[in-house]
Design a protein around this ligand. Structure first.
Ligand code: SF4
Length: 283
């Protein structure tokens, strides 16, 4: 098959840093009493590979014995949980992505400066979003689209500031800001929290859809940034497959829709992308 691959497919800086920190912790501990709090990144295959090496994924740090090493996932943690972790006698390795950390600190600063209520554009059950919200105290509203935003109990005279989950679609956030500009008496301050890695990957998908008739997007089905790449492609009417591995590929259909675009979410290792690319090229 004729395949055109996006130059940005695969690990971003934050994910590379997080897995490097976990690799170093594995070397140090030889996998003994080593945990990640939640999946280190949103890629079930990667999490299984690390579990096989000895880094177990825990949902509750109280299950780890004192003296254990706990690695904080790339998405970060809610403030109180992170503080509790440090009080619990654990060796904490903070693998929070620097961009997520910057978003947490930006929200904390804006809240302390009295900019008002945080309006956060994101998926309310996403771990990163739960972390970001915790830095705004109780004064925050979260929404994942314009309809959600319109339904919020928000008064036009309410002082507000706006931010987005780091992996949100920049065009959708621009629409949100446009709505708020007209709805609120005073336009909100805006924190620039969408990361370049996300924007670059989204731009590459847009570029690829101009040259291809179908798209394969490799990455965790639970990965928000990967799902959004697939959404962008589908919204443009392109036949789109979001898969975690080469076994999920509808090869016959893709063969009829060449050239095939290939990209991957920011939490997809190169080896997984190469395996899919190989099957497509041979198909
Ligand atoms: S996509 Fe951006 S915010 Fe998310 S882990 Fe990667 S660099 Fe960090």
């Amino acid at each position: 098959m004729l395949v055109i691959k996006a130059p940005t497919a695969g690990f971003c800086m934050g994910v590379s840093l997080a897995v490097n920190k976990l690799d170093k912790a594995l070397e140090r501990t030889k996998g003994k009493n080593l945990y990640t709090l939640g999946p280190i990144i949103h890629n079930p295959r990667v999490v299984r590979e690390y579990e096989a090496k000895g880094a177990q994924c825990l949902e509750d740090h109280r299950l780890a014995a004192a003296g254990s090493t706990v690695v904080i996932r790339a998405h970060g943690l809610p403030r109180a949980l992170e503080e509790d972790l440090r009080r619990h006698g654990l060796n904490v390795v903070d693998a929070t992505c620097p961009k997520v950390k910057a978003a947490q600190m930006g929200i904390k600063k804006a809240q302390a400066a009295g900019l008002g209520k945080l309006l956060l554009f994101g998926e309310k059950d996403h771990p990163e979003v739960r972390g970001l919200l915790s830095y705004a105290g109780d004064d925050a509203l979260v929404f994942s689209n314009l309809d959600d935003l319109r339904a919020l109990p928000l008064r036009p005279d309410q002082p507000c500031f706006a931010a987005a989950q780091t992996t949100q679609d920049k065009n959708a956030f621009a629409d949100v800001l446009d709505y708020l500009k007209h709805f609120l008496h005073r336009p909100p301050s805006v924190l620039n929290t969408i990361c370049d890695a996300t924007m670059d990957r989204q731009n590459d998908v847009l570029e690829l859809t101009r040259k291809t008739r179908s798209m394969v997007i490799v990455g965790g089905l639970n990965s928000g940034n990967t799902r959004r790449l697939a959404d962008i492609s589908r919204q443009l009417g392109i036949f789109t497959v979001h898969c975690e591995s080469s076994t999920d590929l509808p090869l016959r259909r893709l063969k009829d829709l060449q050239p095939v675009g290939l990209t991957a979410g920011a939490s997809t290792p190169d080896a997984h992308i190469r395996a899919v690319e190989k099957i497509l090229l041979e198909g």
